[in-house]
Design a binder for this molecule. Structure first.
Ligand SMILES: [Fe+2]
Length: 377
């Protein structure tokens, strides 16, 4: 195949700002249309009306807001919690676990990323013992044997990189220590707690491969390693260790908050940060269509600054082609520059190929979400 390049060259027409996200023509709304998430060619339109100012919206291309707090997801192991959003590259589960697992699990479909929404406890895996608390991400490479012993009732998001691996984003000009220094990644230890759980205890391992479960029973606990060496290991990092990049003069796109990269999807973390202070800089996310990507955001804590009526434990889904942006109240607050900082923590999964939504009980979904961009009162 011959070399290729984008049909991409700078052009402009009519009244427009000199740069994206700054000094917009008075009273206009900026909408970004772009390729490949926030990495390809883009165009910024200046609209007279908000791009989300619809009065009626029919058809399948609706956004969704799910209250995962209502999802029946208490289960003896993560495979008992149904995946609620998925495609061939990524599967997302929400799992509640209050009792110590009495068996081990192994995901042979892909690497597993845990995000601890609530709770604290201990995780035991091939590499040893790792404590966990709310706000932790834990990356478990495909094939890891693991189980948890909650010290507090635990809720977690599980994000499987199906047939893929988690990697760190390329940080380019920022340098490898930016956002979080890889030196902060904690690894399991072969400590006293790990040694204590070893022994000739009959142990079941429930392995997931191609979505199907198999059970392997050992006459001993197979978490019996006495040591290890190598450059593959389970890791833990908390959002509190993330030092987000921002500019006081420019609203950075979500891609600047990428924490992990899977195959055809990314996991981004929105952490507390100061708001932009430059008078001409956009203070809220720009309107966009998610061209090329499906977007799932899980709300962990704080007040999500660009959305109304969203509380911790909820998730929103914006499919490719659905124009969205700040809710009217956030837009007003942004224009008035009333907030100096954000206090939200949210996890975004941006998938290059369409995500499917699994059937869920009716009361999980906030049906009126599509109208939440309409001005009220
Ligand atoms: Fe978006």
């Amino acid at each position: 195949m011959s070399a290729k390049r984008w049909i991409s060259f700078p052009k402009s027409e009519g009244e427009h700002s000199r740069q994206a996200h700054a000094d917009l023509p008075s009273g206009t709304y900026e909408r970004e249309m772009g390729k490949e998430g926030f990495f390809g060619p883009t165009c910024h339109f200046h609209h007279r009306n908000p791009p989300t100012g619809w009065t009626e919206f029919e058809g399948d291309l609706r956004p969704h807001a799910f209250d995962l707090n209502r999802l029946p997801s208490e289960a003896a192991d993560p495979w008992g919690a149904a995946r609620f959003v998925y495609n061939g590259d990524v599967q997302v589960r929400f799992w509640r676990c209050s009792k110590a697992m009495d068996h081990l699990v192994r995901n042979s479909d892909g690497d597993e990323l845990l995000f601890i929404h609530e709770g604290a406890g201990d995780l035991y895996c091939d590499w040893g013992h790792l404590t966990y608390r709310d706000g932790d991400y834990i990356v478990l490479p495909r094939g890891t044997l693991w189980r948890v012993e909650p010290q507090q009732p635990t809720q977690m998001l599980l994000v499987e990189a199906t047939e893929g691996s988690y990697q760190l984003p390329e940080k380019g000009l920022l340098g490898p220590q930016a956002i979080f220094d890889p030196a902060i990644l904690a690894t399991p230890q072969m400590d006293e707690a790990f040694r204590k759980q070893q022994g000739d205890i009959q142990t079941r391992v429930v392995v997931k491969r191609r979505g199907k479960l198999s059970t392997i029973t050992y006459p001993y606990n197979p978490l019996d390693a006495i040591g290890w060496h190598g450059d593959l290991v389970a890791v833990r990092v908390n959002w509190r260790d993330i030092r987000p990049v921002m500019s006081h003069r420019y609203h950075l796109p979500p891609s600047a908050h990428t924490t992990f990269v899977g195959k055809n999807f990314v996991v981004c973390t929105f952490c507390p940060r100061p708001m932009e202070s430059d008078p001409g800089a956009l203070k809220v996310p720009f309107f966009h269509n998610n061209d090329d990507y499906d977007e799932l955001i899980f709300y962990h804590r704080g007040q999500f600054f660009s959305r109304d009526n969203i509380k911790p434990g909820m998730a929103t889904f914006h499919p490719c082609g659905f124009t969205h942006g700040p809710h009217p109240k956030a837009l007003q607050a942004g224009a008035a520059a009333t907030r100096k900082e954000t206090d939200e923590v949210a996890v975004m999964i941006d998938a290059r190929y369409p995500l499917e939504i699994a059937p869920m009980p009716a009361d999980i979904e906030q049906r009126e979400y599509v109208t939440s961009w309409q001005k009220k009162g």
